[in-house]
Design a protein around this ligand. Structure first.
Ligand SMILES: C[S@@+](CC[C@H](N)C(=O)[O-])C[C@H]1O[C@@H](n2cnc3c(N)ncnc32)[C@H](O)[C@@H]1O
Length: 442
């Protein structure tokens, strides 16, 4: 039977996901987290396990990004918890099919063993369940007549697990092949709704047009941010709109919390769109684009539509995507950009795929350039992957747990050789809502 999360591992996972574990940062928010230990809110400390978690946190989280050290639980048990965590925090109320499947998978040892053994040994463990869903979804898209395909398309409300298992039995080899050769490359244009606010805030003092450089762009769809129409609302009332009125990509972002972000009144003028990704996706290749579709979760009506609309825009004039690794190739790529351009480097849900040393190298590379030219570095990532940013109060994360992994929008600006770093907002990972942190705007 699918189970609800009742184990402390889930609370542990929640803590790891939302607090920055890098102890080099003196202000590791453990005290604030402790204050929250009596919280009974969604997912975060609901089983009262924070003190245990924090002991592990202090002793070990400095050493590794991985969870292996925190318990003697087996890899299969941990994988089970990961599926359960996703069901509770990311899929619940958003992708009902994945929520149901994730709960069932978490209780199916045989299937968990298959997932575990299919994953590439170097895969980042936290990403394995979502990679497995994408690897399987790819095969479902390749077999549109199968029963689970009808469930994914919303044409059947049969219990998905039986037909999901059938598909896995048929497509075992191809699923393993996907798991071994592919990585999660979800290109989510909804993130542009959060990014646009950061771009506006970052470049308030910049009159030149912008040259964008995305780390981990996948197909580079968010590089077309100026071509999307974005509506910001509060309590269902319009606050502001950005971008062309007739755009086929229409995003909606609900502003939450006490502060109102500085809402840009004009669109961006972009001079160039660049990206660096180990496996850049060619928007002109149907096979590549199917992988993008496979990374989309079923049951969310607007996502496939806006992906395909964004692909149509990108195909008209594809972005310049360089095949390479941000850790080793970023310096050379950035140095190709004329110093007269105002450079905006950004990453959205990409630093999670780079290890802690690699992320530090990425930051150093950007900082070295920033010391010599003005630039902005915008990140839209889980806070643990941007340890150079003082994270938002733990309470803000707690408040939004269960509504998608809260993702922090941050800005590191270099002006005249001086660097300032600001946590701007917490937002839904796909930009559906945003909680602005700065108080001095509105
Ligand atoms: C989850 S996708 C996010 C894509 C896009 N940023 C978005 O938000 O829509 C993560 C992307 O990071 C890329 N990536 C992984 N490791 C990387 C590295 N070392 N350097 C640059 N990009 C990387 C992956 O190939 C993938 O395209």
């Amino acid at each position: 039977m699918p189970r609800k999360s009742t184990e402390n591992q889930t609370a542990l996972r929640a803590l790891r996901n939302h607090l920055n574990p890098i102890a080099k940062q003196p202000s590791l928010p453990t005290d604030r987290a402790l204050k929250s230990s009596s919280s009974t809110q969604k997912g975060f400390g609901r089983h009262g396990h924070f003190p245990i978690v924090l002991r592990f946190d202090r002793q070990h989280l400095t050493q590794s990004d991985t969870l292996e050290f925190v318990s003697e639980r087996t890899a299969i048990e941990e994988l089970s918890d990961l599926f359960l965590f996703l069901a509770d925090n990311d899929f619940a109320g958003y992708s009902p099919t994945y929520e149901q499947l994730a709960r069932s998978i978490s209780a199916d040892t045989k299937l968990l063993e298959f997932v575990e053994s299919s994953a590439h040994p170097n895969a980042r463990r936290g990403r394995v369940p979502v990679l497995f869903f994408a690897a399987t979804h790819d095969r479902i898209l390749a077999n549109p007549g199968c029963e689970i395909a009808a469930v994914y398309r919303g044409e059947s409300d049969a219990d998905p697990m039986t037909s999901f298992l059938e598909l896995i039995n048929q497509e075992r080899g191809a699923i393993i092949e996907n798991m071994r050769t592919r990585s999660v490359q979800t290109n989510e244009v909804g993130r542009s709704a959060a990014l646009a606010l950061a771009f506006g805030r970052a470049t308030q003092d910049v009159s030149d047009s912008l040259t964008l450089f995305e780390i981990g762009p996948s197909a580079g769809l968010n590089l077309f941010i100026d071509r999307f129409h974005i509506d910001y609302t509060r309590n269902d009332k319009a606050l502001a709109s950005l971008g062309p009125d007739d755009s086929t990509v229409r995003l909606r972002c609900e502003v939450r919390g006490p502060n109102t972000p500085p809402l840009p009144t004009v669109g961006f003028e972009l001079k160039a769109r660049n990206g660096l990704d180990p496996m850049p996706i060619d928007v002109r290749s149907n096979a590549e684009c199917r992988w993008l579709q496979a990374c989309v979760w079923p049951g969310i009506p607007d996502r496939p539509q806006r992906l395909s609309a964004a692909l149509d825009i990108a195909r008209q004039s594809p972005p310049r995507l360089i095949a390479g690794d941000a850790v080793t190739d970023l310096a050379v790529s950035l140095d190709e950009i004329p110093e007269s351009d105002h450079l905006v480097v950004f990453s959205t849900w990409a630093l999670a795929y780079i290890n802690a040393d690699g992320r530090q190298t990425v930051l150093d590379t950007i900082d070295q350039r920033g010391a010599n030219r003005d630039l902005d570095f915008i990140t839209f990532e889980e806070p643990r992957f941007t340890p150079w940013v003082q994270p938002a109060e733990a309470g803000v994360f707690e408040h939004y747990l269960g509504e998608g992994t809260p993702t922090q929008l941050s800005l590191r600006s270099w002006r005249g050789g001086v660097c300032t770093t600001t946590a701007l907002a917490i937002a839904h990972p796909h930009g559906r809502w945003i909680h602005w942190l700065e108080e001095n705007h509105g």
